[in-house]
Design a protein around this ligand. Structure first.
Ligand SMILES: C[S@@+](CC[C@H](N)C(=O)[O-])C[C@H]1O[C@@H](n2cnc3c(N)ncnc32)[C@H](O)[C@@H]1O
Ligand SMILES: [Zn+2]
Ligand SMILES: [Zn+2]
Ligand SMILES: [Zn+2]
Length: 412
């Protein structure tokens, strides 16, 4: 391995409570570029095909397409040639699978990382401070849901890429997917549309703050880090991993879920903006859950009225609104309202969903409970029976849901 050369003005250090971090060895002013990093691996979103070059991410008119698959677009032959080692992982497969070619963006990115790792001997220009292998993975912190997601990704990888890739062992794949999960970047344009997914190892050293002093932007396949606050010598640099619009509780939940930490930034401890973010136009101090629900119901009703002038009752947009309205009525213990919306939803549901559907079963169940609450016993039992017939098939006759519903029908 080549010795890492570092980046002038930037140093890695142990940030207390945050793992590794980056700090500046001189002051930086607002707008100043701290450093940039070429993507180690990247993938263009399927939606952007034809508008952006697969290789250099230049946006321009008149890109030329791959003659084989006709799905990849390039500035010129030069970009096409450079891109071939990555595109060949997909070119044939896309033709072979046709309509059924649908790996997730994460899977596509990991395939490219694996291909690159195979051929890479020396440390790349994307790894002046941190090599890809050393990125945080949080393997120990993952819950079952995350593990299952990773397993599904791995299955996708084997399904769509086995022809052109030698895979590392299962454990190494799990690590890779976990690393991508908490170190991957979505590349966005100036309207914040998603262009693709990429890995920038050096930039993955940046820790998060909800009052960030730098912002990461993209120029082609390079990421650039610029100061958005005055940064004095020795200060840690922080970017934001998330949309900062949301109140503290929401931000903390998101950071915990994806990145496994709780933020201790100034905004998270003072919550100074939460009040404004959750402000209501009312003289009385608190707005109750009930009032919020009533407002939502009013919005649903208005939309339903307006939509009925254009859409039929079986239109899914109006169905969705009525389903929401039903939920709000139930929450407000307005069972008559709930039944009214429920009955409207029920009919199209039975037509639009397959006969054995969890959605239909749950609707019959909800309706049954509403009828019972309104003392309409025989209508209620009738709905329960319909739910039961589906549930015995989809859950199995020995499932607790089925036995419990039978008890409910017997009035136990
Ligand atoms: C992209 S990495 C940043 C570099 C990381 N510290 C490392 O050593 O690799 C993201 C991880 O850094 C940690 N991290 C980032 N910001 C943090 C913060 N404000 N407080 C605590 N941990 C943080 C979390 O473990 C998170 O999953
Ligand atoms: Zn190009
Ligand atoms: Zn092709
Ligand atoms: Zn914070």
């Amino acid at each position: 391995m080549m010795e890492s050369e570092g980046i002038a003005g930037i140093e890695q250090f142990d940030s207390p409570g945050k793992g590794r971090g980056l700090r500046v060895s001189r002051a930086y002013g607002v707008g100043e570029l701290l450093f940039s990093c070429p993507a180690y691996s990247y993938v263009l979103s399927v939606n952007e095909r034809g508008f952006i070059c697969e290789q250099c991410f230049t946006r321009k008119k008149g890109l030329a397409k791959c003659g084989k698959c006709k799905k990849a677009f390039y500035c010129n032959v030069n970009c096409q040639k450079k891109n071939w080692p990555m595109h060949k992982l997909e070119c044939h497969a896309m033709c072979a699978f046709g309509e059924n070619w649908c790996p997730s963006e994460t899977v596509r990115l990991v395939a490219r990382i694996i291909a690159r790792l195979r051929h890479q001997r020396e440390r790349s220009p994307s790894e002046k401070l941190l090599s890809l292998r050393d990125m945080e993975s949080h393997m120990e912190d993952m819950d079952n849901e995350k593990r299952e997601l990773n397993e599904a990704h791995i299955a996708g990888l084997h399904h769509f890429y086995s022809k052109h890739l030698d895979f590392p062992d299962h454990q190494a794949l799990l690590t890779l997917f976990s690393q991508v999960h908490c170190n991957g970047f979505t590349v966005e344009d100036e309207e914040l549309s998603n262009l693709g997914l990429a890995i920038f190892p050096d930039i993955a050293l940046l820790n998060h703050s909800c009052c960030p002093n730098v912002i990461v932007t993209y120029r082609g396949i390079n990421a650039e880090v610029r100061a958005v606050q005055e940064i004095s010598q020795g200060q840690e640099i922080y970017t934001s991993y998330i949309d900062l619009l949301y109140p503290t509780e929401d931000r903390i939940e998101r950071l915990r879920d994806v990145y496994y930490f709780s933020c201790d930034c100034k905004e998270c401890s003072t919550k100074s903006m939460d009040k404004q973010k959750l402000k209501v136009r009312k003289l009385s101090d608190e707005i109750s859950q009930k009032e919020i629900r009533d407002m939502l119901l009013e919005m649903c009703e208005l939309s339903i009225d307006k939509m009925s002038t254009v859409f039929d009752d079986s239109n899914i947009y109006i169905l969705h609104m009525m389903y929401q309205a039903m939920g709000i009525c139930i929450f407000n213990e307005d069972y008559d309202g709930g039944v009214r919306y429920g009955e409207k939803v029920m009919k199209p549901y039975t037509v639009l969903y397959p006969a054995y559907s969890l959605n239909i079963a749950s609707m019959y169940l909800k309706m049954g409970r509403l009828y019972m609450a309104l003392d309409k016993k025989s209508t209620g039992i009738n709905a329960f029976q319909k739910a039961l017939a589906i549930m015995e098939v989809v859950y199995g006759k020995d499932h607790a849901y089925v036995t419990e519903l039978k008890q409910e029908i017997r009035g136990e």
